[in-house]
Design a binder for this molecule. Sequence first.
Ligand SMILES: Nc1ncnc2c1ncn2[C@@H]1O[C@H](COP(=O)(O)OP(=O)(O)OP(=O)(O)O)[C@@H](O)[C@H]1O
Ligand SMILES: [Mg+2]
Length: 348
Amino acid sequence: MTQVSISHLNKIYPGATAKAVDDLNLEIESGELYALLGPSGCGKTTTMKMIAGLLEPTSGDVLFNGVSQNPIPPEKRGAVMVFQNYLLFPYMSVGENVGFGLKMRGVDKETIQKKVAEMLELVQLPGVEDRRPKQLSGGQQQRIALARALIVQPNVLLLDEPLSNLDAHLRDEMRELIRSIQKDTQITMLFVTHDQEEAVILADKIALMFDGVLHQNDTPNKFYEQPATEQIARFFGGLNFLPGKLDGGQFDSSIGRFSVPQGVINSGEALMSIRPESIEMGAADGAANIAKGRIISHVYMGTHSRYKVMVKGELFQVVADPQSIRHFKEGDEVNLRFAPEKVWALPK
Ligand SMILES: Nc1ncnc2c1ncn2[C@@H]1O[C@H](COP(=O)(O)OP(=O)(O)OP(=O)(O)O)[C@@H](O)[C@H]1O
Ligand SMILES: [Mg+2]
């Protein structure tokens, strides 16, 4: 059982002007599955390498169960990292790759063979022991890298985008596999991804980074329901941000006055945000918190329909159920309802 604390962690690469990681603080509880999320280049791999001990921090510390890991070499930390480009040993067979960590620990040959077979079974590639890594597909190699990490039963497992080379179907299966392994073994796991959907499906908690800085650290639903900034809301698929002025839960804008009882702020210049799927289209005239607009486009997506609705020069994007195309068409006038429990005030 290992609890991981990241304390004022900084990394400036030699010759770089900007910090790759900027004063990062994070607590990962023992047995927790955490996602480290953010766009390409935001510092995810850099953070992970510092936790594993493969990269020296410029300043700050990583602690396992309260003990500073700065002086401890990577092989003594009990943390194993699976790399973005998985780095299998090309001249070893798949079986030797998977069993490598046990061989280093002096485990006998027979036990290694048995464990390797178990691990290959687990990642759904039984019987490939004698092949070379290059005789497997990219996605299969990723699963071998996962097996190689799991075989040593690490206290902390660090996965750097381990599913990026898998097709959608296999990725779903591997997510479930990772989730179930994590729940069964109670390994503390940090999972890097730039895909918000993947983070939400897998993780107990998500740490979202932009440009080396941690912006929000929360349970997945909070990123949808209570984002801290417009940038975060946009990263999670938020599209509607209406500028205006907020005073005691009342929001005044160019398209009308609305009740906005919740948010990051409660007065002053603000943005009323509402997710596309939270807007109710077609509310009756006279209902509260509505605005009248005109449908300017719609797209049928099979599982849902997407609309663009112009309200006095402000564009709103609405996601509705697929059948709604029977009731609404381009050019129609409609009321949009911004339910008070679904709007969220953000700083402008
Ligand atoms: N060895 C290095 N030397 C100098 N700069 C580096 C080095 N490695 C990474 N960087 C820079 O540090 C920043 C963070 O890189 P990092 O690899 O941590 O990003 P990432 O979030 O993992 O991105 P991705 O999703 O593309 O893998 C980037 O601006 C990158 O260009
Ligand atoms: Mg990376």
